[in-house]
Write a protein that binds this ligand. Structure first.
Ligand SMILES: [Zn+2]
Length: 165
């Protein structure tokens, strides 16, 4: 069995199930069935509005958003499913923190739920730099099924890769 790079660290019985689904060509249809909803966030402007709306709903008081964009060069895994850059700029002697959010462009065509999951992940980083308990509490506050979504996203990325072979 080839290693599943998006599922590194998951227990063997889970990996066996995933390998079986792939071998039976069932992983793709299963995900398509569960996540059939596409989204209309096609460009960086729409992405900014989408992120801002989620932020307004859940994290109104955190630092203002900086640039928000789809990034075709971003590797999802390398950046732990997204990226988060803190950029500090000096404005008139006052240090003002602003945040840039880059979303890997694979999410432009991904199901709506996965775009939401990755945006929730990045928004949580506005308040918590580390992937710690407080971080995941923020994630589940914004998306109650966050953990299931993250696992299914890993399956989706796995399927994209095996489907491309
Ligand atoms: Zn992260």
């Amino acid at each position: 069995m080839q290693p599943l790079k998006y599922l590194v660290g998951y227990p063997p019985h889970i990996l066996e199930k995933v390998h079986a689904l792939i071998a039976q060509d069932r992983l793709g249809p299963m995900l398509a069935n569960k996540y059939g909803q596409v989204h209309a966030v096609r460009n960086d402007g729409q992405l900014y509005d989408y992120v801002q709306a989620l932020k307004d709903r859940h994290l109104r008081k955190s630092v203002p958003l900086g640039k928000v964009l789809y990034d075709g060069k971003l590797q999802v895994m390398k950046h732990a499913l997204g990226t988060h850059t803190a950029i500090s700029r000096v404005h008139g002697g006052k240090l003002k923190a602003s945040r840039e959010i880059r979303i890997a462009s694979v999410f432009r065509d991904a199901p709506a739920e996965f775009l939401k999951m990755i945006v929730v992940h990045e928004l949580a980083h506005l308040k918590e730099a580390e992937h710690n308990k407080a971080f995941y509490q923020l994630c589940t506050h914004m998306a109650p099924d966050y953990h299931q979504l993250e696992f299914d996203l890993r399956l989706y990325l796995t399927q994209l890769e095996v489907g491309a072979d």
